[in-house]
Design a protein around this ligand. Structure first.
Ligand SMILES: *Cc1c(COP(=O)(O)O)cnc(C)c1O
Length: 353
């Protein structure tokens, strides 16, 4: 059988994936540990019964964009919605990256930024964070300017370190960056400030958000960005026609009705996170202060990879970040329910004893 040769630049590219193993305690992908609130399912079912299945959906996702805009106090023309924030990021790369263009990120950070850029043919350069995982504004300026970055990715709170990027760093990057600055706020509700406050028609800066984490809706694959209207208009050109199906548009609107419940879940997760941090403090490991729903830690006397496997042997799955650049020996655990976190703590205590 003939196997046509794939694009040269895809040959070396490895797919990105987080193993979906069947275990009792799944703390590896930063999802919310609980389903959406009571009433959500019935409301979705009601919307489902109203879908005009023989018709294409509203291509501009007007009602959904209005609902998102109202949630953030911006104009609907500043909202671009897509199938998960990953499709949002891909659209940015399609519009502003591509062959002969450069994207910059600052490792250690979310690997999908570089991955999505590469798949779209965008070349990637990595700036470095300091040993404590903060970003030095001078290093950030130098990296974006030397590489003439068409796209610069920041992630706040940063996955997988959990650290919130201070406004001074973002301002330095925006001032220096020759291209679009993307602030990925997948965990934005956990942070004490948001780049949404800095949105401006005259600034080529966008903020991406997702329904996958704090909204308890990873199954829906829905994300969006807020940005200048002229930039949103460019993104509309690169997405497939009708890329957001009718049900998804409706589900997003339903979800936004439960904003108070979302904030309650975030507060509960923060309390649970602090309980985990205190308990992990008693174990032989190093951990980093988190402003999100996960904790990065490094077992002191044991290779991270072995600890990951021994946790898995006890049916507890965390994220093995030990081979990510700058994260030798590190693992990341998502904050789960009290029962899940107790199971994780018991297993970890056993493994590290
Ligand atoms: C989980 C996560 C996302 C979510 O992507 P979706 O495609 O919306 O599910 C985006 N960015 C970061 C940093 C994440 O951790």
């Amino acid at each position: 059988m003939k196997r046509p040769r794939v694009r040269d630049d895809l040959v070396q590219l490895e797919g990105y994936h987080s193993p979906q193993v069947d275990v009792d305690v799944r703390l590896n992908t930063n999802e919310a540990p609980v389903p959406p609130p009571d009433g959500f399912r019935d409301a979705v079912a009601a919307e489902l019964s109203r879908v005009d299945w023989n018709r294409y959906p509203d291509r501009a996702a007007t009602a959904l964009r209005e609902a998102i805009a109202e949630h953030h106090g911006v104009d609907p023309a500043q909202v671009f919605a897509a199938n998960g924030s990953n499709e949002v990021l891909q659209s940015i790369c399609l519009a502003y990256g591509g062959a002969g263009r450069w994207a910059v990120d600052f490792q250690p950070t979310y690997l999908m930024h570089a991955q999505i850029a590469s798949v779209t043919g965008t070349s990637v350069r990595h700036g470095r964070r300091l040993a404590d995982f903060t970003l030095d504004p001078d290093e950030a300026r130098r990296t974006v300017q030397e590489n003439d970055a068409d796209i610069t990715f920041l992630c706040s709170p940063n996955n997988p370190t959990g650290m919130v990027e201070p406004p001074e760093v973002l301002k330095a990057v925006i001032e220096a960056a020759p291209g679009v600055v993307v602030v990925d706020e997948a965990y934005g509700q956990f942070a004490d400030w948001s780049a949404v406050l800095m949105l401006d028609e005259d600034l080529p800066m966008v903020v991406t958000r997702t329904f996958s984490k704090t909204w308890s809706m990873a199954a829906a694959r829905l994300g969006y960005l807020l940005g200048p209207t002229w930039l949103v208009a460019e993104l509309e050109k690169v997405v497939l026609p009708y890329h957001l199906d009718a049900l998804k548009q409706a589900v997003g609107i339903v979800a936004l009705r439960y904003e108070a419940e979302m904030h309650e879940r975030v507060a509960a997760l923060v309390a649970e996170r602090e309980r985990l941090v205190a308990a992990m403090d008693q174990l032989p490991l190093e951990q980093w202060p988190s402003g999100a729903n996960f904790i990065l830690f490094r077992p002191r006397d044991r290779p991270g990879r072995n600890v990951w496997q021994e946790l898995l042997d006890r049916s507890v799955l965390v994220r093995d970040t030990s081979s990510w650049p700058g994260l030798e020996g590190c693992l990341r655990v998502t904050v789960g329910t009290t029962a899940e976190d107790d199971a994780f703590l018991a297993a970890l205590t056993e493994v590290l004893s």
